[in-house]
Design a protein around this ligand. Structure first.
Ligand SMILES: Nc1ncnc2c1ncn2[C@@H]1O[C@H](COP(=O)(O)OP(=O)(O)OP(=O)(O)O)[C@@H](O)[C@H]1O
Ligand SMILES: [Mg+2]
Length: 250
């Protein structure tokens, strides 16, 4: 099972994501730019994993490689024991729907759908996370309740505050019960109070079986990660790992 800590060949026990020597070249081989340059790291299961670095350092590109939205020029990315490189685009899209929940800085909810319908749509795309269709509406309601948005289910995104929209986006991200949650500056567009409560929700997800990868510029939020990497010009220039995660090798 993708979610169990199994001993896949070459994958350190306890890591959900392993990136090996990732490089992403833009443009031609001679005049091009390496926007990701020989990046290797592993992400412990059930951890909060932060990616830091200045604007343009490659953070979003790295997230896109991790979710199969973009592809490395060289190197390999393994999620839950499976290499993303072996899948075609259609298979990758199906895999993403089931295995990854994505959260954006600007929420990206569909403006013409209610909070409830936005979550239900994710279940349509992800096949309900294995649940029979008859249970999807109940699942959508439960996801909204878990982020304390049950009473806002009939609101359109435009009728919600930024913090509330991001809560709905979290409900959408967990709808299909994926093991991996990926968040690009999830609190970057929120005031400090809304940011704190959204971040707390993300932290809580690690207690419900999720591994959360997040990009942040905020030093305090970065310091709450179990492990982190810092990028500069597409390279890792610093990495941190809390002592209780030390047993996991790269
Ligand atoms: N499709 C692309 N074509 C050309 N250049 C790209 C492409 N995608 C990203 N880049 C370049 O790669 C570098 C890294 O971009 P990326 O968006 O990953 O940075 P980032 O760390 O997420 O920045 P920010 O903090 O501003 O979001 C930048 O120099 C960017 O201009
Ligand atoms: Mg970015």
């Amino acid at each position: 099972m993708a979610n169990s800590p199994s001993a896949h060949a070459g994958q350190p026990r306890g890591s959900l994501v392993v990136a090996r020597h990732l490089t992403r070249l833009i443009g031609s081989a001679t005049t091009g730019q390496r926007i990701i340059d020989d990046v290797s790291f592993s992400i412990p299961r059930l951890s909060m994993f932060a990616i830091n670095g200045p604007s343009g350092s490659g953070k979003s590109t790295l997230l896109n490689l991790m979710t199969g939205i973009d592809h490395p020029t060289t190197g390999e990315i393994v999620v839950g024991g499976d290499s993303l490189a072996v899948r075609g685009e259609n298979a990758l899209a199906r895999w993403r729907g089931r295995h990854v929940g994505i959260i954006f800085q600007f929420f990206h909810l569909i403006p013409t759908l209610t909070a409830f319908e936005n979550v239900l749509l994710a279940l349509e795309f992800g096949g309900g996370g294995g649940l029979p269709r008859a249970q999807w509406r109940e699942r959508a309601r439960a996801c909204l309740a878990s982020v304390e948005m049950a009473s806002y289910h009939a609101r359109l995104p435009g009728e919600l505050s930024g913090g509330q929209q991001q809560r709905v986006a979290i409900a959408r991200a967990i709808a299909n019960d994926p093991p991996l949650i990926v968040a690009d500056e999830p609190t970057g567009n929120l005031d400090s109070r809304a940011a704190a409560s959204v971040f707390e929700l993300l932290e809580n997800l690690t207690r419900t079986g999720k591994t959360v990868v997040y990009v942040t510029h905020d030093r305090e939020l970065a310091s709450r990660a179990g492990a982190s990497i810092m990028l500069l010009d597409g390279r890792i220039v610093d990495r941190q790992r809390r002592h209780d995660l030390d047993g996991l090798e790269l």
